[in-house]
Design a protein around this ligand. Structure first.
Ligand code: SAM
Length: 342
């Protein structure tokens, strides 16, 4: 028996099951099971079902699957969260991924259902997934308050998880002022102020986003608060700064749009001023990082952008007068590219 087990293609079998595991995590999160278990656990399946308003038989199977996936623990008293479920899966956990998980379930899942069409056609699938032709990616996200809030919560959860590693990948203390273009809820901006207390930090984003940021601000006020400015970075004047940050912004756009944005930044940058990119940087051969390469498929199904390699980012930046391009792979979800205007 062990000989035949050795021949099992376990990697392939795991991949075949991957979507079931993802959906089990998404549904347990959507039903807030990790929140109930944090506050009231350990609980029996019947108690979780009563709290959530679900069937006992379905709830028990979902909870058992979550135990087997390492998300929950099961004892004779019932089910309880693992430490990592408390930190990452509850909606108020320190590094909650709840927002991104709900976004994955409600938005990315229907898009990935159309991956085959995306690959055949080489284009995004919003019309198939949501029955609406996408004119502009962000207009699409911001057409309803609910979808906007969900998207912002998703961005916030990943930005919060990555902010420290992004902010400390390089010593940024020579930059006295920073503008985070497309900085959304300000999660990275707040981290920058913690690490560089003398830095003046501005977040620039679309008016629909800036109108909605209050929910995401930290409860403790900092000595030097973050400034929020609304505008369109393709059309409007950019705030003055020594360092411009583009975190998960370039991956949303095709090269033509990136050239528009970089030339605008270059026009307002004095020599010595910098650009910092935070992205999942692909290896030059594009074969090693499955998280980043799957993210590039994620960009295919919903944007005109893609993930790029370090040398692709370097090429784009150098065309706009930025040099000394340095890349740090952080080991976190986002890597960092820093360059200065010559
Ligand atoms: N930088 C944040 C992060 O890493 O979590 C958010 C990344 S999100 C993928 C892209 C951000 O760019 C959104 O907040 C979006 O509103 C903003 N954005 C898109 N188009 C914009 C434009 N034309 N002008 C200003 N901000 C824009």
């Amino acid at each position: 028996a062990s000989e035949s087990a050795a021949k099992l293609p376990s990697k392939i079998l795991d991949l075949m099951d991957g979507f079931k595991a993802s959906k089990a995590l998404f549904v347990a999160s959507k039903l807030k099971m990790f929140d109930y278990l944090k506050n009231k656990g350990p609980l029996k399946a019947v108690d979780v079902a009563n709290e959530v308003g679900t069937s006992v038989c379905g709830t028990e199977r979902l909870l058992d699957a979550c135990v087997a996936l390492g998300l929950l623990e099961k004892t004779s008293q019932g089910y309880s969260n693992t430490d990592s479920a408390n930190t990452y899966l509850t909606s108020d956990g320190e590094y909650s991924l709840h927002g991104y998980i709900i976004h994955s379930n409600d938005h990315l899942w229907p898009l990935f259902t159309n991956l085959e069409s995306a690959v055949r056609e080489g284009s995004r699938q919003n019309h198939r997934a949501f029955g609406r032709k996408a004119e502009d990616l962000f207009k699409d996200y911001y057409h309803s308050q609910e979808v906007k809030q969900r998207f912002m919560a998703a961005m916030h959860s990943i930005a919060h998880l990555t902010a420290r590693d992004v902010a400390t990948a390089f010593d940024l203390s020579q930059f006295k002022s920073t503008c985070d273009l497309g900085g959304c809820t300000g999660a990275l901006a707040h981290e920058l102020i913690q690490i560089y207390p003398n830095m003046k930090v501005t977040v620039f984003d679309l008016p629909e986003v800036i109108a909605n940021i209050s929910y995401f601000q930290p409860s403790e006020q900092c000595a030097a608060p973050v400034t929020f400015v609304s505008g369109d970075f393709f059309k409007d004047n950019l705030p003055e700064a020594d360092l411009y940050i583009l975190s998960r912004v370039l991956h949303d756009w095709p090269d033509e749009k990136i050239h528009v944005l970089l030339s605008k930044i270059s026009a307002v940058c004095k020599p010595g001023c910098g650009i910092l990119l935070a992205e999942m940087v692909l290896d030059d051969e594009k074969k090693n990082r499955s998280t980043a390469l799957l993210q590039s498929l994620n960009m295919l199904v919903q944007t005109e952008g893609k993930e790029r390699s370090g040398s692709e980012y370097q090429g784009l930046l150098e065309q706009h007068g930025f040099a000394n391009v340095k890349i740090r792979l952080t080991g976190n979800l986002l890597d960092v590219v820093l360059c200065v205007k010559t």
